[in-house]
Design a protein around this ligand. Structure first.
Ligand SMILES: Cc1cc2nc3c(=O)[nH]c(=O)nc-3n(C[C@H](O)[C@H](O)[C@H](O)COP(=O)(O)OP(=O)(O)OC[C@H]3O[C@@H](n4cnc5c(N)ncnc54)[C@H](O)[C@@H]3O)c2cc1C
Length: 821
């Protein structure tokens, strides 16, 4: 009994100081007080006091601690510390840590989340969305773009240039629009609901490319020359990094730029001889200015002592002699301009280097820094925008299309898809709003950008698949009336670009996240590498002991939360959301604790254990995505009609998070340790289930019924009701069908016959004959029937229209001598 009391007291004291993350000295005092109480109660004896002194004294006396603990640990640390390549160092140094740091803290401060202002548009940005963006959406017909022209029409190109669509990121002083990241996101969302070719064409110049690089790193001359021209579309940019041998491992590019002397405009100058082979370059076939990444070297020392500068970025005008440009790739029937660029021994002056010679070798850092912003905006926004339009269209279609005499959307099998579409759409828009707000606040969140890129493009792929299934043959038959097929075909494009998704999930999210977001890992790393060894030791000591305290705290918090199902964790709201805040508090502690265990056990090996890294990254990601959902729900006024969408998004995220956690523990490289960890973290298994059938049903109803929640879900998308606009027509038909149902019932009742809900024009005539409908009501039924038929019908073609003919070879092959003619 005495022993049990002793154990409980020590555990309580230790647990309490750990849970509250007390500083070392404060914790020592707190435990001293607890032991004193125990002594008076007769639970604590001399042995415990001796043990206490043996631990507390050396830890609290800095000179002893540093000599006997920190110094040997630092030696071991230096030996086992994973080697970091310079590209990895640049990636880790670039960008900032934002809400991801809070998630990694094991104890996120929810007040901080809710204090971040809601993203809003300025009057000018709103006018742009309602004016030029609305207009260009009307000008675009996706079938004409993807099938007839394999390009935007010349009028659309001109309209985009005239209205500065390519200049959303360019500052006003250079003639650009200088829009917020949130506004850019809204523009791309709207465009992507109309045409992926359109949104890609606008997205790329506003993302990573010459415009962005010049503004940050260009010389004043380069800025003055190019930026005003880019702003009005006199220059079309592209950026060429990828080549046949350097895809995901872009840093290994074999393209070279050798410093040498050569002739330039009749004079001998020192310049660069460039040899490169690039592919998949968006806008390359029409680009007039090419951003190029290559490895620069100066073998003859013409610039100084440095021989190998490393990755460098330059800008080449299209008319540069020797540039092979103009051919097109054909990306999955979504034919935006994309193609290869090649050059062999092209001589250019040194001032083509972005930022001039002083920026030689800084290319990788420049790219990573800009990517962390661009990747937060373009692909997540086009994915979320596509999702919003698809969600409304699928809901409308499911309500209009009937089989077995009922709307297909009321069938439980279809409700499962609609639930997923609606819930994911709510989440995706929440993520883009919150993340772009972060960018507008000056953040360059590199880890978050990888999370957004991976999860939103994956969700888009799932969403468009689900939507295709709901649409059946209607989604499959391509033609001017198919609003889905091209999105379905093109889904893998977003998955592949800006860091292909398998790599992004397995290496980038957590690979960077653990280093960047962990409160102490980077500090330890820098301290260990400090050339001033004395200073380094001091810094290492402080980071190390804070780290140990952090790990112990996360252990105790994990145990406490798992035993109590996080019922006593903090929550900023006492309503239906509090369960989520509390659980996320627990998972945040779990992730921080498991990160330390994984890093401690695997060390440098963690880099190669991609599936451990991927699952830890999933936990981090779902915590981020779920934070965005809670933030959106609060920003939008905690409306009860949005509850099904919020619950769906949260439960799906929590379920997936727990699945990742369980899979991580089941597959932990050290099996025994994995089992022990599971006992600590998930002693009772998972707490969350997939969203229930009832929740799927509730979301499905929202998607199929015009209401505020549905309007908010598709907010900002192109829904013009003008003739020929597919999305607006669907919306109108949905409203008409719902308005016609009581009229149809009235006619059926009067005729004493249950007609099928087809031929509504005939039903209109019957209603008039039976005198139960006014002429206006009959007309509504006729209009509804026309819309219904447009919705369910698909295109068919004369066979000769579809046949493309056999392409003629470019060069006629000479017949071989042995061939007969
Ligand atoms: C339509 C389109 C437009 C593009 N536009 C541009 C552009 O404008 N400019 C530009 O420079 N580039 C552009 N790219 C290139 C794009 O960034 C690359 O395609 C991408 O980086 C992947 O390279 P890859 O296709 O060669 O795939 P690979 O590198 O061959 O990868 C194959 C697979 O292996 C996976 N993989 C690779 N390494 C790892 C790893 N360590 N762990 C786990 N999985 C891994 C990848 O995720 C991928 O699934 C574009 C590509 C496409 C398809």
């Amino acid at each position: 009994m005495q022993l049990l009391m002793w154990f409980l007291l020590v555990l309580l004291a230790f647990g309490a100081v750990s849970y509250h993350r007390m500083k070392l000295f404060d914790a020592t005092v707190a435990i001293f007080c607890a032991l004193l109480v125990g002594s008076f109660a007769g639970i604590i004896g001399e042995f415990t006091w001796l043990l206490y002194l043996a631990i507390a004294l050396p830890l609290n006396i800095e000179s002893i601690r540093v000599k006997y603990f920190t110094t040997p640990i630092l030696k071991i640390y230096k030996k086992i510390m994973p080697e970091m390549s310079s590209t990895e160092k640049d990636a880790i140094d670039a960008g900032t840590v934002w809400w991801d740091g809070e998630i990694f803290s094991g104890n996120p401060n929810w007040q901080l989340l809710h204090n971040i202002p809601q993203a809003r548009l300025t009057v000018e940005e709103l006018a742009f969305l309602d004016g030029p963006v609305e207009e260009v959406c009307k000008m675009c017909n996706d079938w004409d773009i993807t099938h007839t022209r394999a390009d935007l029409s010349p009028e659309v190109w001109q309209y985009l240039k005239d209205n500065k669509f390519f200049a959303m990121i360019i500052k006003k002083e250079y003639g650009g629009l200088d829009f917020s990241a949130f506004a850019q996101s809204r523009v791309l969302q709207k465009l992507s609901g109309v045409s992926a070719v359109l949104s890609t064409t606008v997205g790329v110049p506003n993302s990573l490319g010459p415009g962005e690089l010049l503004q940050h790193y260009g010389t004043p001359e380069q800025q003055k020359h190019y930026l005003p021209r880019l702003a009005v579309g006199d220059e079309i940019p592209c950026f060429a990094l990828t080549g046949p041998e350097a895809g995901s491992d872009a840093g290994s590019l074999p393209d070279t730029g050798t410093v040498c002397k050569g002739q330039w405009q009749g004079k001998e100058i020192i310049g660069l001889k460039l040899t490169f082979d690039k592919r998949y370059i968006t806008l390359a076939p029409v680009a007039t200015v090419i951003g190029l990444a290559f490895k620069m070297s100066d073998p003859d020392g013409l610039l100084g002592e440095v021989k190998d500068y490393g990755i460098t970025c330059a800008l080449l005008p299209r008319d540069t002699k020797g540039l092979a440009i103009g051919n097109r790739h054909f990306p999955l029937n979504v034919p935006f301009q994309n193609g290869p660029i090649r050059g062999n021994d092209i001589f250019v002056p040194l001032d083509y280097i972005i930022g001039g010679v002083k920026m030689a070798g800084q290319g990788w850092r420049m790219l990573v820094e800009c990517l962390s912003v661009g990747r937060c905006i373009t692909l997540p926004s086009t994915s979320a925008g596509g999702a919003k339009s698809i969600a409304l269209a699928t809901g409308a279609y499911a309500r209009i299309r009937r089989q077995f005499k009922i709307p297909v959307g009321s069938m439980e099998g279809i409700e499962e898809m609609l639930g997923r579409i609606g819930g994911n759409t709510y989440l995706m828009d929440a993520v883009t709003s919150f993340t772009t707000k972060g960018v507008d606040l000056g953040e360059k969140p590199s880890v978050i950008s990888a999370i957004c890129k991976y999860h939103l493009t994956e969700k888009m792929r799932q969403l468009v698949n689900d939507s295709m299934d709901v649409h059946g043959g209607k989604g499959i038959m391509l033609g001017p009336n198919n609003y889905l097929g091209r999105g379905y075909q093109g889904a893998p494009i977003a998955i592949t670009v800006e860091g292909a998704n398998i790599l992004t999930r397995n290496m980038m999210i957590y690979g960077q996240g653990a280093m960047r977001c962990h409160p102490f890992v980077l500090k330890e790393l820098f301290a260990a590498n400090n050339p001033n060894e004395e200073q380094g030791l001091k810094e290492f000591d402080s980071a190390l002991f804070a780290h140990i305290g952090f790990a112990i705290s996360n252990f105790f918090r994990s145990v406490w939360f798992s035993l109590t199902a996080a019922k006593f964790a903090g929550s900023p709201f006492m309503d239906e959301t509090s369960q989520y805040y509390r659980s996320m508090q627990q998972y945040s502690s779990n992730m921080a604790f498991l990160s330390d265990v994984a890093m401690g056990v695997l060390g440098g090996e963690l880099k190669r254990r991609e599936r451990v890294s991927a699952r830890l990254g999933d936990i981090l990601s779902y915590l981020y995505l779920a934070s965005c959902v809670l933030k959106r729900f609060d920003d939008e006024g905690r409306r009860s009609e949005d509850l099904p969408l919020m619950h769906w998004a949260m439960q799906d995220s929590m379920f997936k998070l727990e699945t990742a956690l369980e899979e991580l523990l089941n597959n932990f490289p050290n099996i025994l340790l994995g089992k022990c960890l599971k006992l600590i973290i998930m002693p009772f298994g998972k707490r969350f289930n997939k969203p229930s059938d009832k929740l799927d049903h509730d979301v499905a109803v929202i998607l199929q019924t015009p209401c505020d929640a549905r309007t908010r879900l598709g907010k900002g998308q192109f829904m013009s009701r003008e003739a020929g606009m597919l999305m607006g027509d669907l919306e109108q038909t949905l409203e008409n069908v719902i308005a016609c149902e009581p009229l149809y019932n009235k006619v059926c009742k009067a005729a004493k016959e249950r007609f099928p809900f087809t031929n509504l024009d005939v039903i209109a005539d019957t209603g008039r004959e039976l005198d139960v409908l006014t002429e206006a009501q009959a007309e509504l039924l006729r209009v509804c029937e026309a819309g219904r038929l447009r919705t369910i019908n698909v295109d068919d073609f004369d066979p000769s229209v579809l046949a493309q003919g056999i392409p003629k070879p470019k060069v006629k092959r000479k017949p071989k001598a042995t061939e007969t003619t």
